[in-house]
Structures are given as C-alpha cells and as structure tokens.
Design a protein. Structure first.
Length: 97
C-alpha cells in the first residue's frame, strides 16, 4: 500500500484506513526506526501468552540443544532400548486424535 503524507501545520500526517486501524489495534502506536526504514506498531501491551511465545522462540535453539543432549545420553538410550519403553510399535493415528 502506498500512501501520501498530509500536511498538518508544520508536520506531516499519515492517514490509515479504518479497517487497518481496527485489525492491528492502532489506537495508540509506537514508531521505531529500523535498518529498513520505520516500523509502526500497536502500543497495546502484549498478553502473557504472547510474551511466553516470544520467550520460547528466543530460547528454542537452547531447548533443541538440551533435547538433543538428553537424547544422546547413554541412560536415555538404555531406557528406550528396552522393548517395554519403546514407542515404535504404537499406532500414531490413535495418539493424534
């Protein structure tokens, strides 16, 4: 979308479509400078869930490394080598429902 800035006194204003304002909750915005230009985003506080997801995304590499190290642990390998602890013969279609 390309928009033209409007003169407002000695400043310039950007008029956004009302649908966009509603969709992105833009009653109050934060304007940030980035390497690519400017970013306009909602200033509304993020929910606890959104913050938790962001934290998980930032820490996912460390989590994957921890999972990998645990999977390669001799105790873990020994545990799943026993037939009673091996899930390879479970029908995954039953679990996913």
């Amino acid at each position: 979308m390309s928009k033209t800035l409007t003169n407002v006194g000695n400043s310039k204003a950007l008029i956004l479509p009302s649908e966009m304002v509603k969709k992105y909750n833009l009653d109050k915005v934060v304007i940030e400078e980035t390497e690519d230009g400017i970013l306009i985003r909602s200033a509304v506080q993020k929910t606890d869930f959104q913050l938790a997801i962001e934290k998980l995304r930032k820490e996912k590499n460390a989590l994957y490394q921890r999972i990998e190290s645990q999977a390669n642990d001799p105790e873990t390998i020994k545990y799943y080598a026993k037939r009673a602890n091996n899930f390879s013969d479970v029908d995954l279609d039953l679990i996913e429902e």
